[in-house]
Design a protein around this ligand. Sequence first.
Ligand SMILES: Cc1cc2nc3c(=O)[nH]c(=O)nc-3n(C[C@H](O)[C@H](O)[C@H](O)COP(=O)(O)OP(=O)(O)OC[C@H]3O[C@@H](n4cnc5c(N)ncnc54)[C@H](O)[C@@H]3O)c2cc1C
Length: 377
Amino acid sequence: MKIGIVGSGPAGLTAAIQIKRKYMDSEVSIFEYMPKVGKKLLASGNGKGNVSNANMSVDYYNTNLVKDIIKMDVVGFLNSCGILTKQDKEGRIYPYNEQAQMVVECLKLEIYELGIKIIPEKVVGIGVNYLSTFFNNYYFDKIIIASGGKSQEFLGSDGSMFRAIQGLGHTVTELKPALCPIKTKEDFSDIQGLRCKVSARAYNGEDFYEDKGELLFKEDGISGIIVFQISSIFARSSFGYVTFDFFPDMSEDELVDVIKSLKQDRYIDLALMGIINRKLLNHILGDTRGKFLKDFDPSILAYKLKNYKIECIKNYDFVQSQVTVGGVPLEELKDNLESKLVPNIYFIGEVLNVDGLSGGYNIHFAISSALWLSSKL
Ligand SMILES: Cc1cc2nc3c(=O)[nH]c(=O)nc-3n(C[C@H](O)[C@H](O)[C@H](O)COP(=O)(O)OP(=O)(O)OC[C@H]3O[C@@H](n4cnc5c(N)ncnc54)[C@H](O)[C@@H]3O)c2cc1C
């Protein structure tokens, strides 16, 4: 059996390894146009390689159609390639040595030992049983598309495969950047670069999301893991509002008591300096020059500091996003991830209309979809 795989991300590498292990006589080739394999995997988790999450549930994905696929044993597969893992207290799973590079190296070694070929060419066309590059047509019994999404094209996956996929008659749902900073109506140039711990509530009429984490202000928007998560929720439906609580560990009544306990005759920013950044306070309250703490009603002040509402306009571009929302709909595939339209063509990983929240869910899906496909082939 001759298998051609487009893309050497976690999905393509996993599929190649598992299929070759299962069918030793098969001839497996991976097409990759970047000079290195697994470039996004290398960048993941800030170079530490956040490859999965112990808290695995369909709730972290855009669709419950993946509920069985995500149960595949991703950690077991990594272990079988010599990659030991560990998890942090939030459940994020990393390679034991916290180096994404070692994950890629171990997978590469496995590829080499199994005799899987890497063809350093860009696939520009797909047809029934063939892939074409600028130089050649290659013929296969089965073709697996693992070409990723459109985010950060300098790491591969520039989205160019989507045109070829549409040429097969498949739908590609609207592609949008996610897991990225969000542009806001409000300008934050006065506090850009400022970080603080918050709890956030995001809502747009359809979806509601609540979490705690670090917020980073940018000149024209907001960032931080908590914002990345919200960017995914908004990208999947529509943009809305986020309300930040700058005192997530205190109730509103407790904050009122704290405010009352402070020196009322001081200028407000000086009086509150011990509990909130002065620049942030001035941004929230507007111009407070010449105003004393006693000039403010403690209840109204506490409410403002715990319910700061920001209107979100859009996500930053693909170049700053970690994942792409949209892709080939699972509805157009059979249970084994084979196209319902063209026999012997399969899709795995981020090229599908599947995206997860930050925390290892996207690499987990890339690997688990490859394991699922291999188990059914
Ligand atoms: C900076 C960054 C950090 C991230 N951190 C995390 C994280 O910590 N945890 C997590 O779970 N996810 C993370 N992600 C997301 C995760 O990396 C991706 O979801 C995952 O790599 C998708 O795997 P994939 O195999 O489907 O596609 P990809 O990893 O994108 O691989 C697709 C490959 O196909 C190749 N290709 C595309 N088109 C062609 C073609 N026409 N011909 C030949 N080759 C082609 C590309 O060059 C690429 O190498 C991060 C992403 C980025 C950008």
